[in-house]
Design a protein around this ligand. Structure first.
Ligand code: PEP
Length: 256
């Protein structure tokens, strides 16, 4: 992983209003400074709800904080008659670098298919946002087809519609591990992340395979992050619950 800068990403899900979001980002900045956190090898990103993005972006800019910013979803469309949806262009205008696509909660609660995820990845790329494509198997998939078949199929569906030059991040998130307190083992995470990198290599070649960051997500805590990060193909983590606690998230970012 030496050539790839680690990415520790906090997915706040539907937690924290804009005032609470400011408090968390300030606390996180203080805690990281207190711990003498070095950001040259580790990038820290936060993914607040849409209504918090303006406040968080303003704080990051005003205090020159070293955090990347992302949205939790975007529309496949650029503008127009799509009530309630958010364009990638709006995220870009708020200095977002990233956007989550295909989180398992979006796939489950909003029936997002692989086709929808591809269209959203393409929309993100049109607006110069780096999509963080979330893939992962359910507990049922794990029993019936094993661990990597579903994430590989989900990644393949997107790779087939983008090019080898495009920049994406892949987050391997076993659905059974999300919010369950039962993470995958470090060995399981490395194995699937390795298979996902092989998938990129087969479809798009060495350059994209070696450059793309692949994250693990699912019940990551400060007590288990080091094990995940030892995996040669694990370049970071997508963190849900533990990203809402500044001490815990700072400790995860400082996994070394
Ligand atoms: C997530 O939802 O992306 C996630 C990894 O959640 P948690 O860390 O709470 O399992």
């Amino acid at each position: 992983t030496a050539a790839r800068r680690a990415l520790i990403a906090g997915n706040w899900k539907m937690n924290l209003d804009h005032l609470q979001s400011i408090a968390l980002v300030q606390k996180l900045a203080w805690t990281l400074k207190d711990r003498n956190f070095q950001s040259d090898t580790v990038e820290v990103a936060v993914f607040p709800p849409f209504t918090d993005l303006r406040s968080v972006q303003t704080l990051i800019a005003a205090d020159k904080l070293d955090f990347s910013l992302g949205g939790q979803d975007l529309s496949a469309h650029d503008s127009g008659a799509h009530t309630g949806d958010i364009s990638g262009s709006f995220l870009k205008a708020l200095a977002c670098d990233y956007v989550l696509v295909g989180h398992s909660e979006r796939r489950a609660n909003h029936s997002e298919t692989d086709q929808v995820c591809l269209a959203k990845v393409q929309a993100a790329l049109r607006h110069s946002l780096t999509p963080v494509l979330c893939v992962g198997e359910t507990a049922e998939d794990l029993e019936t087809v094993g661990q990597s078949a579903v994430p590989v199929a989900q990644l393949t569906a997107v790779l087939e519609g983008i090019s080898a030059e495009d920049e994406i991040v892949v987050a391997y998130e076993p659905v059974w591990a999300i919010g369950s307190g039962t993470p995958a083992t470090a060995e399981q995470a490395q194995e699937v992340c390795g298979v996902l990198r092989d998938t990129i290599r087969t479809l798009h070649g060495d350059e994209q395979a070696d450059r793309t960051r692949i994250l693990y997500g699912g019940s990551v805590k400060s007590s288990n992050i080091a094990g995940f990060m030892r995996g040669a193909d694990v370049d970071g983590a997508l963190v849900g619950g533990a990203s809402l606690d500044s001490e815990e998230f700072a400790a995860i970012a400082q996994f070394e």
